[in-house]
Design a protein around this ligand. Structure first.
Ligand code: ADP
Ligand code: MG
Length: 269
């Protein structure tokens, strides 16, 4: 592996006039046991924009993303330090109600993982758990969220059928619908299209573009074309650090950091 100067970074900072920030991290570090995997990441994610996280396999993209809604709490050997700022609150503090916080910051995983339940129940499960009981409201929620992910026409006559009978691409859109049924502010997506065929991938990408008017999204992708297609801002991760962050067009056409340049131009390694 080529040695890069890891002290040099080019991280865009937004002024309040320029952009409202939905979520940011300050000096975020993740340790697996004694090993420091995420080495102090400072990033700001603008509201109603899509930010992509790119970088080589093992650079810590998933680890970082999982920290943002405290999914690493579930990983027994993981310890997360630093601040995660959401609405004037540091949600990395121990006294945060994680169950409540995840209503605001939802996650979609790499492999579509619908529940072994009907399409209808997949969407209504979490809202019911959080106290929504009214049948008319639940019906409306199912219809609006399925419309938001462009799945309504395909499944409106089979809402009682098992979600597992859907295609991979439909399952992933259902998982996005299930997440937005909780009306989150922020959607975290970890390689949401990597298990899908090219056609389903393009439908999922279109879905994300549609959702941008209402949601702030942070998407991890190893697919650089995808990052270039869907995102407004891109962060380049390398060895547990964010080396460069800026407008996607700038990152892909004239990056400031050598490692970013090598990565986006395919001369990496
Ligand atoms: N629970 C864990 N314990 C120890 N190491 C882990 C654990 N989870 C992930 N890792 C390691 O952390 C590194 C970064 O992983 P990850 O965040 O998944 O990277 P990426 O998503 O960029 O491929 C990898 O080397 C991975 O093996
Ligand atoms: Mg990953």
């Amino acid at each position: 592996m080529q040695a890069y100067d890891l002290t040099q970074t080019a991280l865009k900072k937004f002024s309040p006039e320029e952009q409202e920030i939905a979520l940011s991290t300050q000096n975020l570090r993740v340790f697996y046991g004694k090993h420091e995997q995420i080495k102090g990441i400072d990033l700001q994610f603008p509201r109603y924009k899509i930010s992509a996280i790119i970088g080589p396999s093992g650079s810590g993209k998933s680890t970082y993303l999982r920290s943002l809604n405290r999914m690493n709490d579930e990983v027994s050997n993981a310890r997360v330090t630093g601040k995660i700022c959401y609405r004037q609150l540091d949600i990395n503090q121990r006294n945060i109600d994680v169950f409540e916080m995840r209503k605001h910051i939802g996650m979609v995983f790499q492999r579509p993982n619908p529940f072994a339940k009907s399409i209808y129940d997949n969407i209504t499960f979490a809202p019911k758990q959080h106290g929504l009981k009214d049948k008319t409201k639940l019906d409306q929620l199912v219809e609006t969220t399925l419309k938001q992910v462009g799945l309504w026409k395909e499944v409106k006559d089979s809402l009682t059928k098992s979600a597992l009978a859907l295609s991979g691409g439909q399952q992933q859109r259902l998982c996005i619908a299930r997440t937005i049924a909780m009306k989150p502010d922020i959607l975290l997506l970890d390689e949401p299209a990597s298990a899908l065929d090219p056609l389903s991938t393009s439908v999922v990408e279109d879905t994300l573009a549609q959702l941008k008017t209402h949601y702030t999204m942070i998407i991890v992708t190893h697919n650089m074309q995808q990052a270039a297609r869907v995102s407004d801002y891109t962060a380049f991760f390398y060895d547990g650090r964010a080396l460069e962050y800026g407008a996607t067009s700038q990152i892909f056409t004239h990056p400031e950091i050598k490692a970013t340049d090598d990565y986006v131009s395919g001369h990496f390694g």
